[in-house]
Design a protein around this ligand. Structure first.
Ligand code: NAD
Ligand code: USQ
Length: 389
């Protein structure tokens, strides 16, 4: 299959591009290096020494004989570049990672809020409009987030995208229907993902665009089978207060003996998935497109849920790290339950990698090995959801 990967230089996009190429797909990446530029803005770098795109692609070619194409442009702004590429190359599938993905970054200032909204919504709309204009029937596989549902489920298991409802009518009958699960975003970033859902629903209804929206949990880990082949292929590892996600931050903090930064009580429950399972899920989604005329297909792409304090305690038990409870910079519930339906990807063949089985490997293989690259001053989370009163 010809697969276009938008955002293929990023944390999820790079290992996915390699995995799909290794499986024999013809892969082309588009990226504008917004993520590498954000590192320049924030004066931080990936814990792992990532190579420039040219070296990454050359190394992959030397090691495997396979070629991955690359075009550098902004999907949210350069509509005609995207349209021409789609018209000429006619991809069978487009995997869409090309969005600003950090909640703290999206909350740093009004500029960051406006950038995140404009980048993410225009990227998604441009892709959908270009597919329609190019009369290309490619299957869109989008990386959404578990955060579209919010995390307060009041004991209800979160379904995969759609909620079955019953509405009593004036004449006493009951109408049954299925609606998109009510969105409940917790940051400007998450808000853009709830709006992406409406773009997909609309273009699917009006133009028959085939879409799979993967509502992914927090990704942890660094390496996959392909990125491990050579250090020039190594994946990025974000640990700073804006882009670092919680479990990878805890692993890095344990490696440098920095007390684990639990926000508030740590009673927040979140969904998680290992990066190796992410790439497998995307492969499964590509292989199982919705039929023509089918509504947007939604899979919950997560394998386990944990309270943050429990994760901190696991890391502490394995490494001896201290745990620090810091004032929560975010506006979020101090604790919540989270029950999530994730049957569809499992039924398609996903065999989850369990966190407790591989955490230590991550600590030594990555966090410990590159610990000398950490800038301790970048660990603190400084982006506040609301001004301090
Ligand atoms: P990332 O920031 O590492 O990668 C995103 C890539 O897209 C970057 O290389 C960036 O330069 C590129 N990009 C952004 N805007 C672009 C534009 N307008 N034009 C071209 N390229 C652009 O993020 P990631 O962690 O790989 O996340 C990828 C997707 O998966 C995101 O949409 C994110 O919302 C979703 N997701 C990530 C996680 C996670 O824990 N990392 C969890 C759930 C969902
Ligand atoms: N947290 C800590 N300590 C830290 C960092 C975070 O306690 O040092 C807490 C946060 O307050 C929050 C939770 O950990 O309660 C998760 O934060 P995170 O930064 O790991 O994840 P989040 O902001 O939700 O975003 C990440 C990705 C995003 C993706 C989302 C999936 O950056 O792209 O959409 O996970 S989900 O959380 O399921 O919505």
């Amino acid at each position: 299959m010809k697969v276009l990967v938008l955002g293929g230089d990023g944390f999820c996009g790079w290992p996915t591009s390699l995995h799909l190429s290794a499986k024999g797909h013809d892969v082309k990446i588009v990226d504008n290096f917004a993520r590498r530029n954000a590192d320049v803005e924030l004066e931080v770098s990936s814990l792992t020494p990532i190579s420039p795109m040219g070296s990454r692609l050359a190394a992959w070619n030397v090691l495997t004989g396979r070629e991955i194409g690359f075009e550098r442009f902004d999907v949210a702004e350069n509509y005609h570049r995207l349209l021409t590429l789609i018209k000429e190359w006619q991809p069978d599938a487009v995997v869409h990672f090309a969005e600003q993905r950090a909640a703290p970054y999206s909350m740093k200032s009004s500029w960051h809020k406006r950038y995140t909204v404009s980048n993410n919504l225009n990227a998604t709309n441009n892709l959908l409009a270009a597919l329609v204009e190019a009369e290309c029937d490619a299957h869109v596989v989008h990386l959404g987030t578990m955060g579209v549902y919010g995390y307060g489920t009041a004991g209800v298991k979160i379904p995969e995208g759609y909620l079955r409802i019953q509405v009593p009518t004036d004449d006493g009958t009951v109408v049954e229907s299925e609606i998109l699960y009510p969105p409940n975003p917790g940051s400007i970033y998450h808000l853009t993902k709830t709006q992406d859902q409406l773009f997909f629903a609309y273009y699917n209804k009006n133009d028959g665009v085939r879409v799979t929206d993967l509502h992914q949990g927090i990704v942890w880990g660094t390496q996959t089978t392909e990125t491990r082949l050579d250090e020039r292929l190594i994946n990025r590892f974000d640990y700073d207060g804006d882009y670092g996600t919680v479990l990878n931050r805890f692993l890095m903090q344990a490696a440098v003996k920095y007390p684990l930064t639990v926000h508030g009580s740590g009673g927040q429950t979140r969904a998680f998935i290992h990066i190796q399972d992410t790439v497998r899920c995307i492969e499964l989604a590509i292989e199982n497109p919705p039929a023509a005329g089918e509504r947007v297909q939604v899979f919950n792409q997560m394998t386990e849920t944990h309270r943050l304090i429990d994760l901190a305690q696991i890391v502490s038990r394995l490494t001896g790290a201290e745990i620090d409870h810091i004032e929560n910079p975010r506006n979020e519930a101090d604790s919540n339950d989270l029950f999530v339906e994730n049957r569809q990807l499992i039924e398609l063949g996903l065999e989850p990698i369990l966190l407790e089985d591989t955490l230590m490997e991550e600590v030594t293989e990555i966090a410990g090995k590159y610990a000398d690259r950490v800038d301790l001053s970048k660990i603190e989370a400084r982006s506040l959801w609301r001004k301090k009163s």
